[in-house]
Design a protein around this ligand. Structure first.
Ligand SMILES: [Zn+2]
Length: 91
């Protein structure tokens, strides 16, 4: 006769040991935004120390800034006049 309980127990034991093995092998960590390498969870930046990644990250930051400025200009040029008209200005 098959003892269902003992099978269940051994299976859950296996799962638990697999889980603990995984969690012990992978401590809390972050990944570099640029290259995806594992970095310390305590590090402030989301990138590793590699110069390539630092440069790339700065480049992206500049692009973000330009995009924000473009959006601001777009907003002022297109949305603001419409909003002002809707609010009763400019009639
Ligand atoms: Zn990196």
């Amino acid at each position: 006769m098959v003892d269902a309980k003992s099978i269940k127990d051994s299976v859950s034991k296996k799962i638990n040991s697999a889980k603990s093995r995984i969690s012990s092998q992978v401590p809390a960590h972050k990944h570099c935004k640029i290259c995806g390498i594992t970095i310390k969870a305590t590090s402030e930046d989301r990138i590793c120390k590699s110069q390539e990644c630092v440069d790339d990250f700065e480049k992206r930051g500049k692009n973000d800034k330009i995009m924000r400025i473009m959006f601001g200009v777009f907003f002022l040029a297109i949305v603001a006049p419409i909003a002002l008209r809707l609010l009763g200005f400019g009639n």
